[in-house]
Write a protein that binds this ligand. Structure first.
Ligand code: PRX
Length: 632
């Protein structure tokens, strides 16, 4: 492993020289004066004084050499639409979109909230914001009005961009009513809303003076040429909200130059792509994987990005492999849940198409169990690379780095710390480094490498408090994941140290779901835990105490009440956070100081020992949990 080890070592010991070399992978309008300014730990400023732009790097700089090459291939098995855009065509669309955004008074530093389904216009909107130096905040289309309103109030966008609806499994999911409700709920609503009308909602209500039609605005700006707004490397490119321990999601703020360099370097060293080839990432633009590897990463590297709206098994379980074959995809990126879904289908689908173009399949977002890893690698006959990262980092923390060295892959592990990350596994007790095969908290010694979050939007203090104060006397970034390293240096991720749960790769906070459950007027108290699920990794499970027990007096009433509570979660956060069950109890297990014993509840729900219960206030509370679980 000599080479990769050396590569990684150099990235830590000769940090500035290392990243100075990587910075040559992108275009700089003005060269940077300093690679790293780390004068105010833990805040790192990369490529100080350099001026660049993400949209320029993703589109404009490729025009001369690859203007006629496909930049974006769009396939929807929901609507049957298939379109593609060359870099030149993408450039024209993004200019039109930038012009319409600019016409609404949006300028550098202003926020634009994008709440859109998987349609090309969502990509145009993101790149148009980047072109103008406006800060986009993309909110996943599965989030409901309450969650959307919370994000509006935190980001305070001048403009919102949405569509009439999304589609899933042949059904349309209307967005516009959710947007209207969120704007009504918000304290700081945007003045204008641009709507891309897909024709899914013939009865769509338009609020005159506020709502604008994307197609009509596009017509007005057909020949627009919007100059790139050059940004100092550390100026923000976007905000992306993510869940943590509290009920209030954090706005992960990303810079410009560091992100461009980190993505370009990852395309080369980790994903082993080549300019001119195609990458297919099956995520959604509302998640970090979509930001980094549907939109910015492949385009910055001069690759074609394939964007897909639809399910992995519709019209049949061969659809993804057909897309790979049709587009000669060389790099594919998906999730462990998707692999588990495919595992249940006829394996013949994996052999039906010519997959000779495909070099690697990358999986991330949640733990990849060894049997699924083995199955998909065997079925595809290709290397399948488990890699580990977070919204906060924006690009991989642990991975095989095959562009540097072909290290052997082991099933069930995301291999090694990626270059740039000074990763340690720390014992919780004394912050000392855990030895081989000893569990520790996955921590990164700052400065964080380029591309990682630079702060929490509008709240530097929260950034430091949340991520850097886990260990007394030691300034380290905590990932809030447990990890372990074997004797050969391979790492395994064992799960979160906090109350974050992961449902089919979607990161959710148990506090957020509890608050949503409590929005139901008859709920006095609730505990939500993540419980292991064979398909989705984890599922939320709720135990609630009602105010008026008459409402659950009979089994019928109880069932109806359970459904009402679930519907409340759908309305507040979205169906992705809907608990698999809501059990009603009269008491929740707590410590004498009133802290919920979520770990014990989770252990019981997973059939494990509830652990140390010496601090529990009333042990009968656990009996109620046991009894409730027995009714499943
Ligand atoms: O718990 C880890 C899990 O997902 C979390 C980050 O989720 P998110 O912010 O949505 O970013 C996903 C980016 C791919 C992590 O803290 N996680 C992510 N990848 C893996 C993983 N757990 C185990 N193995 C992985 N490969």
């Amino acid at each position: 492993m000599g080479t990769y080890k050396e590569f990684h070592k150099r990235s830590i010991t000769q940090r500035e020289a290392f990243w100075n070399e990587q910075a040559a992978l992108v275009d700089w309008h003005k060269p940077f004066a300093k690679v790293l300014d780390y004068s105010r730990p833990p805040f790192a400023r990369w490529f100080v004084g350099g001026e660049t732009n993400l949209c320029h790097n993703a589109i404009d700089r490729h025009l001369a050499e690859r203007g006629g090459q496909q930049a974006l291939v769009y396939i929807s098995t929901e609507t049957g639409q298939q379109t593609s855009y060359t870099f030149r065509e993408l450039h024209a669309e993004v200019n039109r979109c930038a012009a319409m955004i600019r016409a609404q008074g949006v300028a550098k530093g202003d926020r634009v909230l994008i709440y859109m389904p998987m349609i090309p216009e969502a990509v145009f909107a993101m790149l148009a914001c980047a072109r103008l130096g406006a800060i986009h905040s993309v909110v996943f289309g599965g989030f409901a009005s309450h969650s959307l309103a919370a994000r509006i109030d935190d980001a305070r966008p001048k403009l919102m961009m949405t569509a009439d609806g999304g589609m899933r499994g042949g059904k349309s999911i209307l967005y516009k009513p959710l947007v209207d409700a969120a704007v009504r709920l918000a304290q700081y609503p945007p003045h204008k809303v641009i709507i891309f009308n897909r024709g899914l909602d013939p009865a769509m209500a338009i609020i005159s003076g506020r709502d604008l039609d994307y197609a009509a605005l596009r017509e007005q700006h057909m020949d627009a040429q919007v100059p790139v707004t050059w940004l100092e490397s550390n100026e923000p490119s976007y905000i992306l909200y993510t869940s943590g321990t509290t009920g209030q999601p954090k706005g992960v703020q990303r810079d410009t130059g560091g992100y461009a360099v980190a993505l370009a370097a990852s395309m080369k060293h980790i994903y082993c792509g080549q300019p001119g080839e195609a990458m297919f990432t099956t995520s959604d633009i509302g998640w970090v994987v979509g930001h980094s590897y549907i939109v910015y990463g492949p385009l910055i590297y001069g690759m074609t990005t394939v964007m897909y709206e639809g399910l992995p098994i519709r019209p049949d379980a061969g659809i993804w492999w057909k897309i790979v074959a049709d587009n000669k995809v060389t790099v594919m990126f998906s999730s462990p849940t998707a692999a588990r879904v495919l595992k249940k289908q006829d394996p013949a689908y994996l052999k039906k198409y010519d997959l000779s173009s495909l070099r690697h399949l990358f999986l991330a977002g949640e733990p990849l169990d060894e049997p699924t890893h083995r199955w998909i690698a065997d079925a595809l006959g290709k290397p399948v690379i488990d890699h580990y990262w977070q919204t906060e980092t924006g690009w991989p923390i642990l991975s095989a780095v095959l562009g540097v060295e072909q290290t052997p892959l082991k099933f069930g592990t995301p291999s090694f710390p990626v270059y740039g990350y000074d990763l340690q596994l720390l014992r919780e007790s004394d912050a000392g480094e855990a030895g081989a095969n000893e569990k520790g908290v996955v921590a990164i010694v700052p400065p964080l490498p380029p591309g990682c979050m630079t702060t929490v939007w509008g709240d530097d203090e929260r950034f430091v408090q949340t991520y850097f104060t886990g260990f007394r006397d030691k300034l380290v970034y905590s990932t809030f994941d447990w990890g372990i390293r074997d004797a050969e240096g391979y790492h395994f991720i064992l799960g979160r140290t906090d109350d974050v749960i992961n449902v089919a790769g979607h990161r959710l906070g148990t506090r957020e779901i509890e608050e949503a459950v409590q929005a139901h007027s008859n709920i006095a108290e609730v505990a939500v835990v993540g419980v292991a699920d064979a398909l989705k990794g984890q599922m939320p499970l709720a135990f609630a105490v009602v105010k008026d027990s008459a409402m659950i007096a009979t089994p019928q009433l109880k069932a109806a009440h359970e459904k009402e509570v679930m519907d409340t979660v759908d309305r507040q956060i979205g169906a992705i956070a809907r608990p698999s069950r809501v059990h009603f109890v009269t008491l929740l297990p707590k410590t004498r100081s009133g802290k919920l014993l979520r770990r014990s509840i989770q252990a019981l729900a997973e059939g494990r020992d509830p652990g140390d219960l010496t601090t529990i206030e009333d042990p009968s509370a656990l009996d109620q949990i046991r009894a409730a679980l027995a009714t499943r």
